[in-house]
Design a protein around this ligand. Structure first.
Ligand code: FES
Length: 257
C-alpha cells in the first residue's frame, strides 16, 4: 500500500541559484533537484533563481506555500557568498511572507557551501573529471559587427549597499523576468534594464530610475515593478504612488497609495 503523506506534514527543499539564461543551466538545476529528491523520498524538491531565470525564488517559494508544506529549507547554491546575500535572502523571505495573506510554513536556511567539510572532496572529484583545453589557433577573434538597439527607455536598478539591504536583488530579478515575459525590449518604446551603483537617494531604498524622464522610484517592491512596467514603460504615465520628484528638500519613504 502506498503511504500517503499529509501535505501539512511534508517537508520541502528549495535550491537557491543565481541565474539561468539558457536551457543548459536550467537542465543542471533540474538534474540536481532530481538527485536530491532521490535521496529524500517524500520531500518536495524545487529550485528558484535570485536573478534572471524562472521560476524566481519568490515564485518558487509561493508555490510551496500553496502546496501547504510544513517546512521549507532554502539551500543557497552560491559560491562564494557575499555576506550581504545571506542578509538579503532572509530579509526578502520575511518581506514576501508579510505581503502574503496565507499561512506560511516554517522556513529555514541551510549551511553555506564554503563551510562544508565535503567541499574539498567535490574539488577532488572535479579534478578527476578535468579535460584539456584545445590550443588556440589565433589570438584575435574576427571583428564582428553589432546591431545598435532601438530601445528608447532604460531602467536602472540600484545595487548600492542600502538598496541591496532593502531587497534590490529581488527587484532586479523580477524586472528581468518580466522583461523577458513581456518582451519589453521590443514592445512600446523598447526598454533596456541595467544594474547601477548608488543612484543617490539611499533612504528611499530600494531605488530604481526610469529614463528618458529620469523618474526616481523608491520603496520599490515586485508589485511596484508590475505597475511601473504597465503604467510607465508601456503606458507613458509616471506611477506617482512610488515616484519621488526633486523638491530641493529631504524626502522620506511614504506608504504607497
Ligand atoms: S544605495 Fe541605492 S540609492 Fe544609494
Amino acid at each position: 500500500m502506498t503511504e500517503t503523506i499529509n501535505p501539512e506534514e511534508r517537508d520541502a527543499v528549495l535550491l537557491v541559484a543565481k541565474s539561468a539564461f539558457a536551457a543548459a543551466p536550467y537542465a543542471d538545476m533540474e538534474r540536481i533537484a532530481a538527485s536530491v529528491a532521490a535521496r529524500r523520498p517524500g520531500v518536495l524538491v524545487r529550485f528558484g533563481f535570485t536573478e534572471q531565470g524562472m521560476p524566481s525564488l519568490r515564485d518558487a517559494l509561493r508555490e510551496l506555500v500553496g502546496q501547504r508544506v510544513a517546512r521549507v529549507t532554502l539551500v543557497p547554491l552560491v559560491l562564494p557568498m557575499e555576506p550581504s546575500f545571506d542578509t538579503w535572502l532572509k530579509k526578502s523571505v520575511r518581506r514576501w511572507q508579510s505581503e502574503d495573506g496565507r499561512d506560511w510554513p516554517e522556513v529555514s536556511v541551510a549551511g553555506r557551501i564554503s563551510e562544508s567539510p565535503h567541499l574539498a572532496d567535490l574539488v577532488e572529484a572535479l579534478l578527476e573529471a578535468s579535460s584539456s583545453l584545445e590550443r588556440a589557433t589565433r589570438l584575435n577573434s574576427p571583428v564582428e559587427g553589432s546591431l545598435v538597439p532601438a530601445q528608447k527607455r532604460r531602467v536602472l536598478v540600484c545595487q548600492g549597499g542600502a538598496c541591496n539591504m532593502a531587497g534590490a536583488e529581488a527587484i532586479w530579478c523580477h524586472l528581468r523576468n518580466q522583461q523577458v515575459r513581456q518582451k519589453l525590449r521590443v514592445t512600446g518604446d523598447g526598454t533596456m534594464t541595467a544594474k547601477s551603483t548608488c543612484l543617490g537617494p539611499c533612504n528611499l531604498a530600494p531605488v530604481v530610475q526610469v529614463f528618458p524622464e529620469g523618474t526616481y522610484y523608491g520603496g520599490v517592491t515586485e508589485a511596484a515593478i508590475d505597475r511601473i512596467i504597465s503604467e510607465h514603460l508601456l503606458g507613458g504615465s509616471v506611477v506617482e504612488a512610488f515616484a519621488y520628484h526633486p523638491t530641493g528638500r529631504k524626502q522620506r519613504l511614504r506608504t504607497p497609495l
